[in-house]
Design a protein around this ligand. Sequence first.
Ligand SMILES: Cc1ncc(C[n+]2csc(CCOP(=O)(O)OP(=O)(O)O)c2C)c(N)n1
Ligand SMILES: [Mg+2]
Length: 332
Amino acid sequence: MTQQAKATSAERLANYNQGFLLDLYERMVLIRSFEERIKFLFLEGTMPGTIHQCQGQEATAVGVCSALKANDYITSTFRGHGHALAKGLTVQELLDELFGAVTGCCKGKGGSMHVGNMHKGMVPGIAIVAGGIPLAAGMALAFTMQKSGQVVACFFGDGAVAEGAFHEGVNMAAIWNLPVILVCENNLYGASTRVDKVMKNPKISDRAAAYGFRGETVDGNDVIAVHEAAKRAAAECRAGKGPVLLELLTYRRTGHSRRDPCHYQPKDEREAWFARDPIERFAQRLLARDDVAPADLDGIRARVDREIETAVEKAKRAPQPTVADVETDVLA
Ligand SMILES: Cc1ncc(C[n+]2csc(CCOP(=O)(O)OP(=O)(O)O)c2C)c(N)n1
Ligand SMILES: [Mg+2]
């Protein structure tokens, strides 16, 4: 990196203290390492079910959740591991859930597609595409009526935008100025379908204007840009000026689910996005500061690896539900 580029990168992070920035880095590394580790557990056949992974999208989860307060909520999708770790769920409660254990965050009854913990501000994942949007609007209506000052950040994919539930939930949030941050993780694909095949106008943030509120497109692989956009959106929501639509441009490095070899992503497109990896880019910007050394980042990665390994060993031996558990914590 040239001296000039170094100075520019350092200046852009100058408003933040070292501890905050290293926390963002650690959270993103935790998500990437978690996803890579469970990929092997799944391929080995050690872990049941299927998984939808978020390698490459770490900056969206961490950038948004770092802008929220502990008592704010998020809703998520089938691709929720990163959102959960960013909102403060532990590796252990998440892994235990993936292993179907009673010590999991949903007592083993949710599995990978429904991870969450209401005590930590995460509604268990909603696997119906766009299903979280009306629900988030309802939660935000409750917050408004209770004058609680809370906001809800609702994560969904580009594939959700053409669903009826998007229109219904977004319109209701708009007419009542509800405190919802609508977070569209635009990773260019809904399963194997590229966005330009299903959208005449692929700029998703433009849709906000049709409902009469503000939308913004953000570099979703830049954790600071996402954090700042989410901070602005949360402040507007708390001031009664919600909702806000954030379109976060990012890329899914893996297949849609573990069964998908992902052959439809063109090689040059993949290479271009891999070169804009959110973790590596942020590491370079951190290293341009005088108070971050390569050893600091190595130390974080080593700590994360140890944490995950310890949790994997425990999760493999975690207690499974018994027949008596079938009738607990279920509504129907
Ligand atoms: C209403 C509904 N239709 C279809 C599906 C099957 N399905 C699961 S994920 C998915 C693609 C979603 O793409 P996107 O919203 O872009 O999210 P991403 O997978 O990229 O995170 C589809 C079609 C579903 N779960 N719900
Ligand atoms: Mg998508």
